[in-house]
Ligand binder design. Structure first.
Ligand code: GDP
Length: 529
């Protein structure tokens, strides 16, 4: 157990969230560089991370020039074993992006200094808040003209409702960017452009009280900095590790990922402030990786059809406790039997490789013959337990779907159910009718194309889709509510999920509040349990 414990303790498993183009890939690449996992900048970009050479997805990926799949990267740095979970952005934003956050112990939020908080960050942030995991902010692109620093922090606090605590403070931005001031050390880290992407890029630091500081920064910049420090000391929250751990205070760092400035500083602080694998809730209470010796994991993502002929799938699981050994048999709680975990894979830097062993905190992908569902628990503990399920996240696009050839009803139903089981889409029915009408909800519109493509390709079923105007979905938390009596708005539609649970669809978000006001006690939720 001591070995397992020390392995788990050195693990840091986090997700990077951002709006597309804020610099997530660039920052990840610099992390890998420090970890020595890659030796040249540019290795991560160009989709080299998504080496799913035999995947049918490649066609869609190639066609659209995007990566549908997301990845996990593992590397070592200064005694830590780091797992970075990538959250896919752009058009391939999907429910998987949300689910990835369920497997992380903390999140790094990358914000473009010239743009502040953007839409996708806001969405992902909500999931982090729901989980109460620590959130760290890296304000990127300081080598470009940035928003006023106070405005940026204000934006984060107002938009996201989290207190911020700048660990360092930028001195100018764009052409006038001089570096950052470290509040605790009271020294200035001078900006230099080590874009070439080597780790040797020397960082020069200088004490804020040093006589030559005026000359180095320039009198104006120095005066502004002093003013800002004074203001900040009065205005911003003090660093409080406990609040950070609860996800109520976000430590903020400034830098420029592209020029490799502020990245190492961030990494070092972050690794100390973030957490090793956290306990997780189960039906037998909290399972703590530092006391539970046996292996346990839950499935958070299923990637389908790597090989069309076999309909193989890869189930990605987050190991929560104990040690994994290749080929081991564990109990699959939802399936009610022992399964052998075969062909375990892990992504190291830019290569996919077979893992021999892994520990709590790690992510592995195993061969799935079609038995796993999102949220399933696997464990080798004698006293078996199930981890709390993964919520269903609100889709934002809806369409009515039917098969073109009515003779193919059976394949259609089978295909659409399997695809839903993998978590790529959600399916609903009309509230009052049978299975005739199927309503599909997706988080990202690309999933509609994926659905169409896969039904055609794998199940030989052609479908017709009719887009519906709804953009908001709410689960009804109260069990006693009589849906027939519910008084809604004209743009509201009642539907149910496959378990028969009632849901409401709305075109306008203001209708949600109105419906809530009209029906006293009605509890609507953005997450389905
Ligand atoms: P992602 O979509 O969040 O993964 O963003 P990328 O890492 O792909 O970066 C988007 C663009 O911004 C690329 O052209 C990067 O070279 C550029 N970029 C990233 N970080 C910085 C930075 O610190 N400064 C500047 N000037 N450009 C950056």
């Amino acid at each position: 157990m001591a070995d397992i414990k020390s392995e788990i303790k050195k693990r840091r498993t986090f997700a990077i969230i951002s709006h597309p183009d804020a610099g997530k890939t660039t920052l990840t690449e610099k992390f890998l560089l420090y970890g020595g996992a890659i030796n040249q900048a540019g290795s991560v970009k160009g989709k080299a991370t998504a080496k799913h050479a035999v995947s049918d997805w490649m066609e869609i990926e190639k066609e659209r020039g995007i990566s549908v799949t997301s990845s996990v990267l593992q590397f070592e740095y200064e005694g830590y074993c780091i797992n970075i979970l990538d959250t896919p952005g752009h058009q391939d934003f999907s429910e998987d992006t949300y689910r990835t956050l369920m497997a992380a112990d903390s999140a790094v939020m990358v914000i473009d200094a010239s743009k502040g908080v953007e839409a996708q960050t806001r969405k992902l942030f909500k999931v982090c808040v729901m989980r109460h995991i620590p959130i760290f902010t890296f304000i990127n692109k300081m080598d470009r003209e940035a928003m006023d620093t106070f405005d940026l922090l204000d934006d984060i606090e107002k938009e996201l409702g989290i207190a911020t605590c700048p660990v360092n403070w930028p001195i100018g931005s764009g052409k006038a960017f001089k570096g950052v001031y470290d509040r605790q050390k009271r020294e200035v880290e001078l900006f230099s452009d080590t874009r070439k992407g080597t780790t040797q890029g020397e960082v020069r630091t200088i004490d804020i009280e040093a006589p030559e500081i005026d000359e180095i920064l320039g009198a104006d910049a120095k005066a502004t900095l002093e003013e800002e420090i004074e203001l900040m000391d009065g205005a911003s929250a003090e660093f409080d590790q406990e609040l950070v751990s609860k996800g109520e205070l976000s430590p903020v760092f400034f830098g420029s990922a592209l020029t490799n400035f502020g990245v190492e500083t961030f990494l070092e602080h972050f690794l100390q402030m973030t957490t090793s694998p956290l306990p997780r809730m189960s039906d037998k209470g909290e399972i703590d990786p530092l006391t539970e010796e046996d292996f346990s994991a839950f499935v958070f993502k299923i990637q389908a059809n790597m090989n069309k002929n076999h309909r193989d799938r890869i189930a990605f699981m987050r190991i929560c406790s104990g040690k994994f050994e290749a080929g081991m048999s564990v109990y699959h709680m939802q399936g009610g039997k022992e399964v052998r975990l075969s062909q375990p894979q892990q992504l190291m830097a830019s290569e996919r490789k077979i893992v021999e062993e892994a520990y709590g905190g790690d992510i592995i992908g195993v061969f799935d013959p079609g038995i796993f569902s999102i949220g399933d628990t696997l464990t080798s503990a004698k006293d078996r337990f199930c981890y709390e399920g993964i919520p269903t996240f609100a889709p934002e696009h809806f369409a009515r779907v039917r098969q073109v050839d009515t003779m193919k009803r059976k394949q259609f139903i089978k295909g659409i159910n399997q695809i839903a089981q993998e978590g790529a889409i959600q399916i609903f029915q009309e509230y009052n009718t049978g299975m005739e009408e199927i309503i599909v909800g997706v988080v990202g519109v690309l999933q509609f194309d994926v659905l169409k493509y896969r039904l055609n390709n794998e199940y030989n079923v052609e479908i017709r889709m009719e887009n519906l105007p709804y953009e908001h979905i709410r689960w009804i938390e109260n069990e006693e509510i009589n849906l027939d009596k519910l008084s809604g708005t004209s743009d509201m539609k009642k539907i149910k999920d496959l378990k028969g649970r009632p849901l409401l669809l709305f075109v306008h978000d203001w209708s949600i509040r109105m419906t809530q006001e009209r029906n006293e006690g009605l509890i609507l939720s953005e997450f389905g349990r």
